[in-house]
Design a protein around this ligand. Sequence first.
Ligand code: HEM
Length: 226
Amino acid sequence: MDWNQFFFVVFPYISLALFVAVTIYRLVYRPFTQSSLSSQLLERKRLYWGSIPFHHGITWILLFHLLALLFPKAILVMNATPLRLYLLELSGFALGLWALVGVVVLIWRRLTTPYIKAVTSTMDIIVLLLTLVSVITGVLTASLYRFGSVWFTGVFTPYLWSVLLFQPRPELVEPLPWLIQLHLINNFIILAVFPFSRLVHILALPLDYLIRPWQLVIGMRDRKNS
Ligand code: HEM
């Protein structure tokens, strides 16, 4: 087995298996542990300037990634005119830089605030460094190999589907420049460490609020006596 086989065939399945199995184990046998272990009570100013830019930037970027995976044709149609292509790419780039500012502040805060340093685990540092690598390689990919929102749909969409459907096609990503390959491999590492880290707090997102029935509040107060 060569390195390409390992990184683009074997490793994605190792990380997916860890992600699915350990996450399910944690949900079933360790309920109520899907926490971000917030340190807001210990320090809030730097947390604000780190967490808000990071989450606002990364959430939209990951949503764009997901749209390109699920609806590649729609992304291509949207990119069919130069204006819309530039707008999408520029928005992605600005959001990427915004996320970069956030993650740098978060790392700086972890390393320099005494209270926060005391409650920081090795896994916290690993997760922040992996995130930093993802954001830097993503932003560099977007600026050095334009236009990613177009070629993503021709390279990564079929590759990721080939992995998900258990018919991996490493030949799609083997010829890519090392920077883009690093972006991909680093994200598979993030997937593998996800259930072992505070990243599991993403699962606590109350998405059921979007689809649950209306809550009816019926007033029973006797107005005359209140
Ligand atoms: C296997 C999954 C992923 C693939 C195949 C992938 C691929 C790409 C590609 C091709 C780009 C360039 C987009 C463009 O030029 O418009 C990009 C940008 C980016 N990616 Fe990923 N990515 C993945 C997962 C992630 C994850 C999990 C993160 C964050 C933790 C991330 C963070 C970023 C960032 C910050 C950018 C820069 C956005 C921009 O400047 O336009 N990516 N990614």
